[in-house]
Design a protein around this ligand. Structure first.
Ligand SMILES: Cc1cc2nc3c(=O)[nH]c(=O)nc-3n(C[C@H](O)[C@H](O)[C@H](O)COP(=O)(O)OP(=O)(O)OC[C@H]3O[C@@H](n4cnc5c(N)ncnc54)[C@H](O)[C@@H]3O)c2cc1C
Length: 376
């Protein structure tokens, strides 16, 4: 089979790896507009369950990925200068660049053709010259725009602003930090992803963003302002910019997932708010699910039908959990009157998917402290 894939992110490359590994006679080309060393962002997070899925799908890349991991089991909530830790949550962080390099190497080993610095603008020509066309071209997908009448996307631009930094201050857990100043409320999502660096994403509502005057600030002034807001947490370390800019989260859904021999995968197809840290996980698991559909089906059409039928409900459930979490952060200012312990509890249960008994199993001491405080 001749397969064209647009986008050398986690979704596109991982699908290429799984298909080529199972059937070396497939001719697979991945077109990527960036070079092999370009990237955006810093680190990404996986849960323990994602790792088990990666191991089952391809041991070689799983081994390379886990060798580069920083792992932890605590969520830390920082509020009013006090830190509450909740243990029993299995997470790992890896740099996005490192993950992409591992996938590049694995593609090359297996004989997938990776064409860097190759932007595909004439999608129709590429699409009609292969047996399977996969648009894994990210959140701002050209394919989704060009074939909007076929995919029928809904795009929801969310009101909060966020900005993605790195820092050399190491956060040894998934750390959610809340700081208030005269402009409003800022939340930081941070975690280490290698021995020297952490991701540090800052989020605030539109009211805070306007009151702080970010519209008039350049990149450097923005970074300095936010360093001052989170000075007690950064402990003298700088925020590191990687062309970091304020963005509004874009919630992507599509009514139809494929037409003819053409489908979308990963962020092009669906997004889930970063507060549940699962965009890369979903991209990789999409690739596994699609690959498995090809293993079970006798034709491209049957595989794509099967993929849409079986994967859509899984994604809908994730998007529902991520939606609740996103709404929580959009309304964070209304929780600032809570004590650190109460805030930690409300945060842990915000998506409605973690019950008191789940929390008790994960961290009995935390629940005991919370229940004692509540009873007073
Ligand atoms: C602030 C923030 C924090 C995040 N935190 C996490 C986290 O903690 N954990 C997590 O798992 N995920 C996280 N994510 C999400 C994660 O980055 C994405 O969900 C993931 O990268 C999606 O993979 P993908 O392969 O679908 O798309 P991408 O990684 O976006 O890859 C798409 C690729 O397509 C290429 N491309 C686009 N158009 C063309 C074209 N016309 N021709 C050629 N190439 C093209 C692009 O250059 C890009 O390399 C976060 C995202 C944000 C914004």
């Amino acid at each position: 089979m001749n397969i064209n894939i647009i986008g050398g992110g986690p979704a596109g490359m991982y699908f290429a790896i799984l298909m080529k590994r199972a059937q070396p006679s497939h001719e697979i080309t991945v077109y990527e507009r960036n070079g092999p060393d370009d990237t955006f962002g810093w680190g990404v997070v996986f849960s323990g369950k994602t790792l088990a899925n990666l191991r089952a799908a391809d041991e070689e890349s799983h081994a390379a990925i886990t060798a580069s991991f920083e792992a932890w089991d605590n969520v830390d909530v920082v509020h009013r200068n006090s830190k509450i830790s909740i243990h029993g949550n299995s997470f790992s962080g890896i740099s996005r660049l490192q993950l992409l390099k591992i996938l590049h190497r694995r593609c090359e080993q297996l004989g997938v053709q990776l064409l860097f610095k190759t932007e595909i603008n004439d999608l129709e020509r590429s699409r009609t010259s292969c047996d399977l066309f996969v648009a894994a071209d990210g959140v701002n997908s050209t394919a989704r725009k060009q074939y909007a009448d076929r995919f029928q996307p809904t795009l929801d631009v969310r009101p909060n602003r966020y900005i993605w930094f790195g820092t050399n201050k190491l956060f040894h857990g998934l750390t959610l930090t809340f700081r208030e100043n005269n402009a409003g409320v800022f939340a930081a999502h941070s975690y280490k992803f290698n021995k020297t660096t952490s991701t540090f994403i800052i989020e605030c509502d539109q009211q805070t963003w306007e009151a702080a005057g970010f519209a008039e600030m350049n990149e450097d002034d923005t970074r300095k302002y936010l360093e001052a807001v989170f000075a007690p947490d950064l402990e003298g370390q700088e925020l590191l910019s990687n062309n970091s800019k304020w963005i509004n989260f874009l919630l992507v859904k599509n009514e139809k997932w494929f037409f003819d021999q053409t489908l979308m995968l990963g962020d092009a197809l669906h997004t889930a708010h970063f507060s549940i840290g699962s965009g890369t996980k979903l991209a990789l698991e999409d690739a596994i699910a699609l690959f498995e559909c090809f293993q079970r089906s006798s034709s491209v059409t049957a595989a794509l039908q099967e993929f849409e039928k079986t994967r859509k409900p899984v994604i809908a459930e994730y998007q529902a959990a991520a939606h609740d979490s996103m709404l929580w952060f959009e309304n964070a200012r209304q929780y600032m009157n809570l004590s650190p312990l109460e805030l930690a509890y409300v945060l842990m249960t915000r998506s409605g998917r973690v019950s008191d008994s789940d929390l008790r199993r994960r961290d009995a001491l935390f629940m005991e402290q919370y229940e004692t405080a509540r009873a007073k």
